[in-house]
Design a protein around this ligand. Structure first.
Ligand SMILES: Nc1ncnc2c1ncn2[C@@H]1O[C@H](COP(=O)(O)OP(=O)(O)OP(=O)(O)O)[C@@H](O)[C@H]1O
Ligand SMILES: [Mg+2]
Length: 363
């Protein structure tokens, strides 16, 4: 397997569409790296530049120590799985999987062995004589993965391979691809716009927005220490709540005021915020860190706009005079629609962001 390094990579389409801007990151050998971000943020463009399907405008890409900018796709030893599978409709599953090896003039016996081995790993041995139109979406997806596996590539690239599948099959394929990663000890770069997919599969996640890297981290760090407001809002469902507040520094511990409420910050922020009395700051708090009931200083009176029961918990859509936020509650004490409800913020978990740049003040 192999490692991949992107150094200050920029992609400009047609002279004026800046799709990817100075992207700089390292994909370690055998890592499962996920590129995640909203539609249009440049994920596929990055993957296609690694594959050699798109020219690099500026910067360099390396596989191991070799600069690959000018190496044609077929010589990069990379296999890509596309969202639409791109199977040949007139060929059987076997021939679809064998095609790339045949082009590269592998001996028939070797092709046969590799196709059968991949088919077994993916549990599609019984489908080898069928054509794609006689397969379900999930089965086609497996064939597309099989076609990549038989190549024994240095790096696997996946571009939203599960987005055409229904929710249940997606969960199943998610597990299978993760298992495949363990079994093959493969280096995988996986693109998705689905943050749940990113969090469950990736050991390294690269969050992108508008062509720029927002944060590179493992799932836990992204969730608990988002580098900026974008990441806080993108990772986690429902997203982190944001409230504009004003810093008040009149004792040993700084507090935050909004409307007629005041919440007390914990010691993490003492040095960052001392001397900033009166400044604005964005408070970020996750739904599960807002609890029903009083908690001394950090309580906020709200009105319940909507209750969404979700089986093992409920989401409460709450409103104050000027803010809306979501809290998560158990199903025992679900309030009524329009009820007045006092909630308390668990400030140990709170995040603070610069009100203009959105950068975290907690790092
Ligand atoms: N061939 C092209 N010519 C011009 N602009 C392009 C081309 N391909 C992509 N773009 C633009 O580049 C930006 C990034 O596109 P890209 O396909 O990489 O996004 P993405 O993150 O993969 O989005 P999605 O989640 O919708 O697949 C978008 O603004 C897109 O419109
Ligand atoms: Mg894409």
């Amino acid at each position: 397997m192999a490692q991949v390094t992107l150094k200050d990579v920029t992609k400009i389409y047609d002279g004026d569409v800046l799709a990817v801007e100075q992207v700089d990151f390292h994909i370690p050998d055998e890592s499962f790296t996920v590129l995640v971000g909203p539609s249009g943020c440049g994920k596929s463009t990055i993957l296609r530049m690694i594959a050699g399907l798109e020219e690099i405008t500026e910067g360099d890409i390396y596989i191991d120590d070799q600069r690959i900018n000018d190496i044609p796709p077929k010589d990069r030893d990379i296999a890509m799985v596309f969202q639409n599978y791109a199977l040949y409709p007139h060929m059987t599953v076997y021939k679809n999987m064998a095609f790339g090896l045949k082009l590269r003039k592998y001996p028939k016996r070797e092709i046969d062995q590799r196709v059968n081995e991949a088919a077994e790993i993916l549990s599609i041995s019984h489908l080898l004589n069928r054509k794609p139109k006689h397969l379900s979406g999930g089965e086609r997806q497996r064939v597309a993965v099989g076609r990549a596996i038989v190549r024994h590539p240095k790096v696997f690239l996946f571009d939203e391979p599960l987005s055409n599948l229904d929710a249940k099959l997606r969960v199943q394929m998610r597990m299978e691809i993760s298992r495949l990663h363990d079994r093959l000890n493969a280096t995988i770069v996986y693109v998705t716009h689905d943050q749940v997919e990113a969090m469950t599969m990736g050991d390294q996640i690269v969050v992108l927005n508008e062509g720029k890297i927002q944060q590179i981290a493992d799932p836990g760090t992204l969730y608990h220490k988002p580098a900026n407001q974008f990441v806080g809002g993108f990772i986690g469902t429902p997203p982190m709540n944001f409230i504009e507040t004003q810093i008040v520094n009149n004792g040993s511990t700084p507090t935050l005021q909004f409307e007629n409420f005041e919440v007390v910050l914990d010691t993490r922020f003492q040095s960052t915020l001392s001397g900033l009395s009166g400044d604005l700051v964005t408070l970020g708090i996750r739904p599960e860190d807002i609890h029903i009931g009083l908690n001394g200083q950090n309580s906020v009176e709200t009105q319940v706009e909507l209750v969404e029961p979700l089986g093992n918990h409920a989401l409460l859509y709450l409103r104050t005079e000027k803010n809306n936020f979501v809290a998560q509650s158990d199903l025992l004490n679900v309030p009524q629609h329009n009820a007045l409800l006092t909630v308390s913020f668990n400030m140990d978990k709170a995040q603070l962001f610069h009100p203009e740049t959105g950068d975290s003040l907690c790092l």
